[in-house]
Design a binder for this molecule. Structure first.
Ligand SMILES: Cc1cc2nc3c(=O)[nH]c(=O)nc-3n(C[C@H](O)[C@H](O)[C@H](O)COP(=O)(O)O)c2cc1C
Length: 361
């Protein structure tokens, strides 16, 4: 949270607003945070917590903690090292970075930073040759999964971007699309990104395209942007490798619930057939614990990465990941959990839980 304040002081208004804002009234943006504050702990005592294991496995990859990096576009607006810094910091923390389709660094450039497990976030363009080429390039560059964003047939109404006439600074481009002449956002009297999406992104995207995507790549597919049990069930039927409960950091449809409010119904609907992850509003180790207690296999963070990147480059992102790591570890110790598997539904109480008369065993 402090990095956000510092980033606001440092960044030009157009850029800070792009990173910080949500859609329309920003009700969901606030709710993504507030909803966590309504979930309380039921800590267990006198458990030997002298050793705490926070490691976990995501799609078969062992990582140091259940906290990963969400895809956020255009990181070089935050800091000249942009996605390179995020990739290095994530690898150093032993966790997974997701690179946005709209990175200001390409899949090849990010891969060149060295070892590290990385996922590639995909926006499906109208021109499917563009998509096929990009997915092949991500595979070749060693990315381990495709994160298919499914909540963006059109861009949400982000009013500060509209007022600021948001465009990419002239020295930057959407590097993955440079060779295809799709790397620049044109100036408009709207948000430059909203116009770009309207021009390029395929609004007709539907479940059958998940099948199509599976036919062009052997990589596992995570669908990002599921908020209901209905869609979770369909996603499982279509053979996805995992689900990310996300409201796009409250940047798409306003007045959807906080992701932490939607998590449990999605987890129940999947009946343990695929892992469920969450992003949106994670700012504390306690938030991560609450998401795990409600059934998430891990979480992703968006804005904390861009803000710490803006303030201090790679060192900033490292610090953010370290702080969340340490806070989760402390939360586990103070709740009596020695491993992630020990974090249970009984370690928290949510506002929708029935009044507790007798202990739930
Ligand atoms: C500045 C910014 C850019 C984003 N760019 C993308 C993107 O390119 N693709 C995508 O799927 N999600 C994108 N997201 C959504 C994030 O992946 C993630 O869902 C969200 O940031 C999580 O919420 P948090 O910022 O509260 O952690 C972006 C979010 C922000 C704040």
């Amino acid at each position: 949270m402090e990095y956000e304040t510092l980033a606001k002081e440092k960044l030009p208004k157009m850029i800070y607003d792009y990173y910080a804002s949500g859609a329309e009234d920003e009700w969901t943006l606030k709710e993504n945070r507030y909803a966590f504050s309504r979930i309380l702990f039921r800590p267990r005592i006198l458990v030997d917590v002298s050793k705490i294991d926070m490691t976990t496995t995501v799609l078969g990859f062992k990582i140091s903690m259940p906290i990963m990096v969400a895809p956020t576009a255009m990181q070089k607006m935050a800091h000249p090292d942009g996605e390179y810094a995020t990739a290095r910091a994530s690898a150093a923390a032993g966790t997974i970075m997701t690179l946005s389709s709209w990175g200001t660094s390409s899949v090849e450039e990010v891969a060149s930073t060295g070892p590290g497990v990385r996922f590639f976030q995909l926006y499906v363009y109208k021109d499917r040759n563009v998509v096929t080429q990009l997915v092949k390039r991500a595979e070749k560059a060693g990315f381990k999964a495709i994160v298919l964003t499914v909540d963006t047939p059109r861009l949400g109404r982000r009013e500060s971007d509209i007022k600021n006439r948001f465009v990419l600074p002239p020295n930057l481009s959407l590097k993955n699309f440079d060779g295809l002449n799709l790397g620049k956002l044109d100036k408009t009297d709207d948000s430059g990104l909203a116009s770009y999406v309207a021009g390029q992104v395929d609004r007709s995207l539907s479940w059958k395209d998940v099948q199509w995507l599976k036919s062009i790549t052997p990589l596992p597919i995570l669908v990002k942007g599921v908020l209901t049990a209905e869609d979770a069930r369909i996603a499982v039927q279509y053979g996805v490798a995992g689900i990310i409960v996300s409201n796009h950091g409250a940047r798409q449809l306003d007045y959807v619930p906080a992701t932490i409010m939607a998590l449990e119904e999605v987890v129940k609907a999947t009946q343990n057939r695929v892992p469920v992850f969450l992003d949106g509003g994670i700012r504390r180790g306690t938030d991560v614990f609450k998401a795990l207690a409600l059934g998430a296999s891990g979480v992703f963070i968006g804005r904390p990465v861009v803000f710490s990147l803006a303030v201090d480059g790679e060192a900033g992102v490292r610090k953010t990941l370290q702080m969340l790591h340490d806070e989760l570890e402390l939360t586990m110790a103070l709740s009596g959990c020695r491993s992630l598997a020990e974090i249970s539904r009984n370690h928290i109480v949510a506002p929708w839980d029935p009044p507790r008369v007798t202990p739930r065993l």
